[in-house]
Structure formats: structure tokens, C-alpha cells
Design a protein around this ligand. Structure first.
Ligand code: S3P
Length: 172
């Protein structure tokens, strides 16, 4: 843990990249709190992400996400924060995340992601259409954004949750 750093680890990456499982494991090892922006957002809105997308649309959801992040900004200490896959896409959010803690991009290949999220019904952006094409085009846009937002990038395909948590602890 570098001296001048806020005591938070922030996990970013595409849906199905393991942010929640790694976040839970890492928070136990560090004896930090664990928070997940999707869960916090659903609690705050009193609604599910699926329903928010269906009734209010993506832009509304993104505004809620940005609002939540601004609220979290001053209230996060000794926390591992797992973030929704689209949260760093707004430049304002990405730079805030870097100020809030040590940002780790969990990088997974398209094949691994598809294996994990296939038949998922809880993620509105994955509904309908060709999943292969969808993931490929989203990754092409998002990967450079995740990479420039992160302090540390970890390729996760061939690693267990525990191994990834240990690698983060070594770098943090
Ligand atoms: C999204 C990812 C989801 C959730 C929402 C939108 C995205 O979170 O925030 O469905 O744009 O990638 P996870 O990355 O935790 O699945």
C-alpha cells in the first residue's frame, strides 16, 4: 500500500470479468468493506437494473450511476469497490475513480466472457442479437478506456479468483 494513496481498491472491466467474485475475495483478505455499484444503485433506486433500462432507458441509468459515484466519492474508506461494466465510459467517472482509489482492470478475453455471461438474463445490454458480435464490438470500444483508467491491468483468463486477489495485493 503506497503512502499517499486512498485506502480503496476499485475493480473495473467488462461484464463477466469477475469483478464481484474477485472483489469479495480481496475484501476479505484485506479486511476491507466490499461494495458493488450495481447493488448500491438498485438499492438507491428501489428498482432492478433490468427494469430501469426497460422503463427509463440507458441514459437515465448512466445518470444514476454518475450520481451514485459522486455520493460515494467522499464516503469510501478501506473498501473494495466493484463497478458496473459501463461506469468508466464517462470521462468524468473515469477520472473520479482514479482519485477514489487504486483502479484495477480485470481483463478477460471475449471467449471467457461469453462462456461466463451466456444465457444471462440480468444484463440488459446483452439481450437479443448475436452475442459474439455484441461482445466483440463493445470490447473494441471499451478496452482502451478500461486500460487508460486503470493503475494496474490483470489478465484473468488463466487465473483463479484467489490468484487474482493475491496479484492485486502484491501491486497495491
Ligand atoms: C453494464 C454492466 C452491468 C450493469 C449494467 C450495464 C455495462 O454491470 O451495470 O447492466 O454497461 O457493461 P456488471 O459489469 O457488474 O455486469
Amino acid at each position: 500500500m503506497k503512502e499517499n494513496r486512498k485506502h480503496n481498491v476499485i475493480l473495473i472491466g467488462y461484464m463477466g470479468s469477475g469483478k464481484t467474485s474477485v472483489g469479495e475475495c480481496l475484501s476479505k483478505r484485506l479486511t476491507y468493506h466490499f461494495r458493488d455499484t450495481d447493488q448500491l444503485l438498485e438499492r438507491k433506486a428501489g428498482d432492478t437494473i433490468n427494469h430501469i433500462f426497460a422503463t427509463r432507458g440507458e441514459e437515465y441509468f448512466r445518470n444514476l450511476e454518475t450520481e451514485l459515484l459522486m455520493e460515494l466519492n467522499d464516503n469510501l474508506e478501506h473498501t473494495v469497490l466493484s463497478t458496473g461494466g459501463g461506469l468508466p465510459l464517462r470521462e468524468q467517472n473515469a477520472s473520479l475513480l482514479r482519485k477514489m482509489g487504486y483502479v484495477v482492470f480485470l481483463k478477460a478475453s471475449k471467449q471467457t466472457i461469453i462462456k461466463r455471461i451466456n444465457r444471462d438474463t440480468t444484463r440488459p445490454l446483452l439481450r437479443g442479437g448475436d452475442i459474439n458480435q455484441k461482445v466483440e464490438s463493445m470490447l473494441a470500444v471499451r478496452t482502451p478506456i478500461y486500460e487508460r483508467t486503470a493503475h494496474k491491468i490483470i489478465a484473468t483468463d488463466d487465473k483463479s479468483v484467489d490468484e487474482i486477489a493475491l496479484l492485486i495485493m502484491e501491486a497495491y
